[in-house]
Design a protein around this ligand. Sequence first.
Ligand code: ATP
Ligand code: MG
Length: 317
Amino acid sequence: MRVNARYLFFGGKGGVGKTTAASATALFLLHNSKRNDSILLFSTDPAHSLSDSLDVKVGNRLVEVKHLRGAKLFAYEMDASLALERFRAAHGEVLAEIAERGTLLDEEDINELLNLSLPGLDEVMSLFELSEVDREGKYTRIVVDTAPSGHTSRLLRLPEVFERIVRTLDLMGEKHRYMIEQFARRKAPLDKVELFLRDLNGRIASVRKLLYDAEQTSFSLVTIPEAMSVRETERYLELLKEQGVPVRDLIVNRVEQEHDACEYCHARVLGQKKWLKEIARAFRGLEMHHVPLMAQEVRGLEALKEVGDILWKTNSH
Ligand SMILES: Nc1ncnc2c1ncn2[C@@H]1O[C@H](COP(=O)(O)OP(=O)(O)OP(=O)(O)O)[C@@H](O)[C@H]1O
Ligand SMILES: [Mg+2]
């Protein structure tokens, strides 16, 4: 993990331990923080589970989870569907105007925008909210628990979709302006559709910055040493790289251990061996962190702190 990364994203296939790794990292940062540091643990997964992982009730608000020597850890599970509703309420008029204005509306992208049914839009709303929270806040570090890879892939592609929409709408806007200027013989003022588009563009740029800015962001992939997970993680890494997301670490979770004369453990260790090898080969270049399969579910601050130490203690933090 890069010491300088302010944003630490955790992603991977469903159920591999993303939330566990994110929560554990946030606790590790708290325990290794300076006085007055403030750490935010934020989830963009519409199906939140920070509360379950921390064993602290979080929900759709900022909650202080723990403080230590003047440093604080906050968590926030954003309600994306509420944010979409608010977006619709705030921009309903302008969305209706867009629908009225153009002749290009058979475009699927725009229709999905108008219905607010673009895949990944809920997660992008969470990121919009996160950048708001960050703007107001004084967070030293922000740890982000993302949705399973299939879902987040759509989020990653969404800025492109948005740009396409904005370009199309811009073209429509130009036509509209041209008509006004031709027929009314006056300069068309910036109207609310344009202002809306400019605002949306600005917000997309800031969301992009969160994810792609190598200066301040580091994305950690989480996987388990099993066929399906390894394959999906390889594909996910390709996409992340293609998109320019700075992926630096790979967390290999649930690594089986030998236990005395445990035949079952021995068989499981053997079963994972091939995949651990494959992981070492396929993800060369990423910094590896192995986490053993624990006897119990990793839940609550103490268990998470233990995992956080396993993850990051040996590294030059
Ligand atoms: N190393 C481990 N040893 C034992 N249990 C673990 C370990 N890592 C995670 N778990 C448990 O596995 C379950 C799934 O972990 P977690 O919720 O972190 O996965 P996730 O990738 O966030 O899942 P989802 O895709 O549903 O968001 C949790 O009950 C967690 O406590
Ligand atoms: Mg999760």
